[in-house]
Ligand binder design. Sequence first.
Ligand code: HBI
Length: 360
Amino acid sequence: MNISPSHLKLLFVSTPVGPLGTGLGGGVELSLYNIAQEMLRRGHTLQIVAPQGSTFKSIPLVQIPGNFQIIAQSQERTAPIIISENSVLANMWEYARQVQDDYDLILNFAYDWLPFYLTPFFNRPIAHFVSMGSLYEAMDQIVAQVAAQFPGTIGFYTSSQAATFNINQQCPCLSSGIDLSLYQFCAQPQLELAWLGRIAPEKGLEDAVAAAQIANIPLKIMGKMQDKSYWEKICQDYPDVPIKYLGFMSTAQMQQELRQCRAMLMTPRWMEAFGNVAIEALACGVPVIAYNRGGPSEIIQDGMTGFLVEPDDVNGLVDAIARLDQIERYTCRNQAETEYSVAALGDRFELWFRDILQSL
Ligand code: HBI
């Protein structure tokens, strides 16, 4: 295939769990936006296919109607594949099938079985960016099948995330990146802590609240209210803790709150594939105290840009909070600039795309 080295025509197909810009897509929304913006900045042609109601300022977007996909993390490991009638996932991929010849490469952002199953039926290469660790058998199986049939086309955030899938080949780990110009470094924080993420059981918010109670430091909570009953139970279990829920905010508003904090707590119950919120904190100069599992364990430099704590150990969080004076806040900002800029991210994705196209 004659690909001009400097110009690619890229079709990005979104996560089907909700419109882009609502926060329902979690960290993968931020990844999708940043990668798309950087590819456009580099002069590539790009189109995003996303559910109706998506808003991504300044990026070309085709909005597809249909019913959202249920979130994969709510399924049992042996769950069957579920596709609703008028499925937005199926509709997005029917659109991709119709327009595929206008593009050199299709990049899939959905953590769903269908796009993987459809891969051999397309006449254009499909790269799959897998945004979570292993969650259910049918997905593990189809991911391993596509990895075997199309080596190099399955990309992950981190190697610990990739390791949860039984794929016996080295897969590209693209890490992540953010637009650092949106995050202002803060040298003199307030006496408060931050917690960011979808309010959902897999994020372990109750541990951060428990740690804030013991340390007696106010905790600011930001992110999409995904599971209201989960939130209400935390409020009942911890009635007198100084916590404040600020809602799901724009990056500008969120970083304005985040940058003033002494530290951010990351308390994932599950194997967090990456943890974009960790690099957002580092970009503001905010150290991250995280459970030592999954993505954060590959991001945080223990004792330098935060602390890695024994998973599910609330007292470990409290001990780390007491040691925050050890951390030089500018070291956090510096790590974000070195490893997690959008330019570094764009280099990693461009290299991945070229490797795939050259292997055809
Ligand atoms: N569930 N079915 C499904 N499909 C997705 O693309 C998906 C999801 N759950 C969560 C999610 N994507 C994102 O929030 C994470 O990948 C970050």
